[in-house]
Design a protein around this ligand. Structure first.
Ligand code: CP
Length: 298
């Protein structure tokens, strides 16, 4: 694996290999075992959009494997503020490091970066495009918390139009034997062209119809920053919410996931139920990103 730009860069065997490798790194992520497998390697974090989990879990993963991290975190603090192009930035930075992680507001920016880089590029989110490393940790969470991915019924809830985590995850889930329910307000539906490209067992649903039958409820934030019209955002804000009432209707064994950050799509009281796995999901980002870094750097 050279670059990881889209989840479609991986087949099912690749995904399973990375999930198995992630499991091996979990002890290192938890501090129970030491590893220096990436000693002498440098990762460059280039984040042109805000991030807490992705940036910090890549940094943690790299450091816990003995590697080093250099950051370009704000456009104001780099020569991009002087008008340097993304292509030139990548050509220069790729001479300083062994891999680049990039988040950018424009869809396609990570692919573009990979075309100008001497080293592997990992897409950490490109506009409303893809977020493949999030998908790998989402699949890892499902596998760890339920024990399998095949055979599950999964509801994708919320902003299916602009959420890059959904765009990557739904493609990965169609590689497994899953039943996928799409639950969203009409203006946030998965784009028709996107849906037409997908195979798999997928149908639209209301949450009330399926809440007692699904194994996973995957909730997303409304991606306010992608709306061109603030008024359109205001019309849908608060249009769905997971509450204790929702949890009461779920199967005992079912889980709630969310890539985070959360705004108000999940009531805080839900955090204390055994179905809530979204904070554990954020932790799993460390072993999964350890696995990804070793795949692209070694
Ligand atoms: N899930 C996720 O991508 O979180 P951050 O925006 O904090 O990186």
């Amino acid at each position: 694996m050279r670059h990881l730009i889209s989840i479609e860069d991986l087949n099912k065997d690749d995904i399973i290999r990375i999930l198995n490798k992630s499991e091996e790194f979990e002890d290192v992520a938890l501090g129970k075992r030491r590893s220096r497998i990436l000693e002498g390697k440098i990762l460059a974090n280039l984040f042109f959009e805000p991030s807490t989990r992705t940036r910090m879990s890549f940094e943690t993963a790299m450091k816990k494997l003995g590697g080093e991290v250099i950051n370009v975190s704000a456009q104001e603090a780099s020569s991009i503020a002087k008008g340097e192009t993304l292509a030139d930035t990548i050509k220069v930075v790729s001479n300083y490091c062994d891999a680049i992680v990039i988040r950018h507001p424009l869809e396609g920016a990570a692919r573009f970066a990979s075309e100008h880089s001497r080293v592997p590029v990992i897409n950490a989110g490109d506009g409303a495009g893809q977020h493949p490393t999030q998908t790998l940790l989402d699949l890892y969470t499902i596998k760890k918390e339920i024990g399998r991915i095949d055979g599950l019924k999964i509801a994708l809830v919320g902003d299916l139009k602009y959420s890059r985590t959904i765009h990557s995850l739904i493609k990965a889930l169609t590689l497994f034997e899953t039943k996928i329910y799409l639950v969203s307000p009409p203006v946030l539906e998965l784009p028709k062209e996107f849906l037409e490209e997908l195979g798999g067992d997928i149908e639209k649903a209301e949450l009330d119809q399926i809440v007692g039958d699904v194994d996973v409820i995957y909730v997303t934030r409304i991606q306010k920053e992608r709306f061109l019209d603030e008024e359109e955002y205001r019309k849908v804000t608060g249009s769905y919410k997971i509450t204790l009432e929702t949890v009461k209707k779920m199967k005992e064994s079912a889980i709630i996931l969310h890539p985070l950050p959360r705004v108000d799509e999940i009531a805080v009281e839900v955090d204390y139920t055994k179905q809530a796995k979204y904070f554990k999901q954020a932790f799993y980002g460390v072993p999964v990103r350890m696995a990804i870094l070793t795949e692209v750097m070694l």
